[in-house]
Design a protein around this ligand. Sequence first.
Ligand code: 5AD
Ligand code: SF4
Length: 459
Amino acid sequence: MTRKLFVKSYGCQMNVYDSHRMADTLAPEGFVETASPDDADLVILNTCNIREKAADKVYSELGRIRELKEAAAADGRRVTVAVAGCVAQAEGNEIFRRERSVDVVVGPQSYHRLPDILRRAEHVRTIDTEFPAEDKFGQLAQPTRAAIRKRGLSAFITVQEGCDKFCTFCVVPYTRGAEVSRPAAKIIAEAEHLAGAGVREITLLGQNVNAYHGEDGNGRTTTLGRLMHRLADIPGIARLRYSTSHPCDMNDDLVAAHRDLPALMPQLHLPVQSGSDRILAAMNRGHTRADYLRQIERLRAARPDIAFSSDFIVGFPGETEQDFGDTLRLLGEVGFASAYSFKYSPRPGTPAAGMEQVPEAVKNERLRRLQSAIEKCQAVFMDACVGMTFDVLFDKPGRHPGQIVGRSPYLQPVPVIGPASLIGEIAPVTILEVRTNSLFGALAHAPAQPAQSRETVGA
Ligand code: 5AD
Ligand code: SF4
């Protein structure tokens, strides 16, 4: 019997990856994905708990799902509702109490048990938020070739989960647990499987991905840098990326990989959170502003064309106008290509939630100033791309006839006039113009004409 599954992901890319793997694991149970909750038999909300706003969204969405569920029940159709992800892990039974429509609460470490959990949930509300000993990834099903193709040329692989850093603002060490790295052989097999179905770009994911230290198969541990070398050798894999990194874990192997591997894209998301040493210490980041700048320098020395993006928090407890000024100055000093900025959001159970809070109005005002400074940085970076020629991985037709769209090494969308036959391929493009959030370009080599042999020309 086929049943319809609707999965919605909130938050980070790791949730997107987990949602895919949940769908892959439920496919042999007869579940086929649908794009809307309206006709779904099973709805999974894969939730994010990083900030209060993200967590609140789940409850408003659950209200809408409850109405769908009740309307379906009136028609004699049962809809099962599951809450997965970090809100499930953090709130557990509280979710059942607050929302009567929820049948299943499942934490990120238990997704491989979903088929069993769903069978149990036919009779009774079921919760699983354990951190089981068995290897979740080893037991989650791999996607079929058809599922991989549908998801496109770029794929994610989670290589590491959890975090041991305990930044004082962050819930991740509590919701995702301690740092665990997958064995290298498993990651390579997964990458080969994806490449075999046409994937050209792989982004390795982890909450602290550059702390990766998986087994290398010889009883020793390996590093992310060495893993990158092995992935770059897989036929078909043209581009590698990784996210998200911590400045303290940028080890020599990884910096050397940026120098030695053309497939490792010259783009790095390296969250700094604040430019003030006082605030960095209060956040328990384990590095100073100068340490961060040193890492940027090391990486630029290894790969001069590397571009950086970052995350910033404004209004962390105790942040003064001077601290905030230090953050603004850091932005200018590094010259980020892009950045995300967030107002500090107190999370239950984290140390910073109990500290003296910055008033909301101050947070709002700082966020506005930071965002306008970030926009300026982004514009400088985009403008500097004009006239440059770089490789673009084309992944889809454009909005206008005769157009195709790809991604630059820096992830900007690049539309060009070009043949659909280039989709799936990489070709050099000269950037002509900056458009809203994209770079318009022209293929550097006109597409090959049908070959005429020299002999014919000479005759
Ligand atoms: N409040 C605001 N932003 C936060 N982040 C993590 N925790 C919080 C919080 N409590 C931000 C950090 C992190 C990004 C994923 O979310 O900048 O890098
Ligand atoms: Fe959270 Fe800090 Fe770990 Fe990142 S390094 S997941 S911000 S505790």
